[in-house]
Design a protein around this ligand. Structure first.
Ligand code: SF4
Length: 340
């Protein structure tokens, strides 16, 4: 369904400037923005993906990954096609890189915001995850779903690349309970070469999310030879610690050859373990390894007494020793929302 877009301004000659994400696309009449799903029709900007869900599923919240919001609960997850990033290592390129396969037809099922919330309720999910592609680019849909979710006492999670503008982030903030934000590298050239974006807007969004009171977790997919240097990992860990706070979880995730990076080998487990030690040494309380089922880095440890609090295997929780948001053994306050 087509709907007039939020956050844009009309400029000279029928052009529009989209202010939804930090690309600030200037779009000529009859053209679309970088995300491939916002179109200038005779001087008015439209979203092409409103109420067009390409994917819906009930996932464990751990799959997002969000480890510090109602651990072990279900998160109703959905997406539309399109993305404002063009990552060469995208895991969902068949639905995210829609602009590359442009047609007049937008794939997806017509599902209203009310129906999304009703499905989340039906499956007894504690949260709705706006995920899989990039929720910023289906903002109008996500915004309405998020409002209705709060009316139904359901939390909202954005799994996002963090490429907000100040105005779009401030608009969704009252409804956004948590976000997992990809901080793919601390080098701007990585963003420019492998993603087609810039680093600084992501850092700005992360800092603003914390100021706005949103629970933030950070994910870094470690890609051999591209972002696995010690300096880069130390810079990410220091930024999270100094600018977001030691309570911010950092998920270090294993890369497998995918999409346009088929010639890069999987991340050695030793690299993930080294990265985890870098995060812990920087003073972060919760550093996790992802995509390595059974690794000790999947579990949550008490930052004060060191005991295992949430024992995980993949997305499964085997045991939770957090009581009233405190460590069962030493009483330290464990950060997050509804931790147990
Ligand atoms: S949301 Fe799409 S059209 Fe708008 S600025 Fe970002 S990439 Fe461009």
């Amino acid at each position: 369904m087509v709907k007039e877009a939020m956050f844009y301004e009309k400029v000279d000659g029928g052009k529009v400037v989209c202010r939804l994400c930090a690309h600030y696309c200037k779009i000529l009449p009859g053209r679309i923005g970088i995300c491939g799903v916002r179109e200038n029709r005779e001087g008015t900007l439209f979203t092409l993906v409103y109420q067009k869900a390409i994917s819906t599923s009930v996932d464990p919240v751990e799959k997002k990954p969000v480890f510090h919001l109602y651990p072990g609960s279900g998160s109703f997850s959905y997406a539309t096609v399109g993305c404002n990033f063009h990552c060469k290592f995208c895991q969902n390129s068949n639905i995210s890189q829609f602009s590359k396969q442009r047609t007049e037809y937008i794939p997806g099922q017509d599902i209203t915001p009310e129906q999304i919330v009703a499905m989340a309720q039906g499956y007894e999910c504690r949260s709705i995850a706006h995920t899989y592609t990039e929720p910023i680019i289906f903002f109008e849909y996500a915004y309405e779903i998020a409002q209705k979710a709060h009316d139904a006492d359901i939390k909202n999670i954005f799994v996002t690349n963090g490429y907000f503008t100040e105005e779009s982030l401030k608009a969704i903030a009252p409804y956004l309970d948590a976000a997992n934000v990809d901080l793919k590298s601390f080098e701007d050239r990585f963003y420019r070469r492998l993603v087609g974006a810039k680093l600084q807007p992501v850092l700005d969004s992360l800092k603003m999310m914390k100021k706005l009171g949103i629970w933030v977790e950070v994910t870094t997919l470690i890609i051999p030879t591209h972002n696995d240097s010690e300096d880069n990992l130390k810079n990410i860990a220091s930024f999270i610690h100094d600018d977001l706070g030691s309570e911010t979880p950092w998920h270090i995730s294993r890369f497998y050859p995918h999409y346009k990076l088929m010639d890069v080998p999987p991340t050695p487990v030793a690299t993930l373990r080294k990265a985890r030690q870098i995060g812990l040494k920087a003073g972060l309380r919760y550093v996790y390894s992802g995509n390595v089922p059974g690794d000790e880095g999947e579990s949550t440890y008490c930052y004060q007494c060191g005991k295992v609090l949430i024992k995980r295997w993949g997305y499964q929780i085997l045991d939770n020793k957090i009581k009233n948001s405190k460590c069962f053994y030493c009483g330290a306050a464990i950060d997050g929302v509804g931790m147990g």
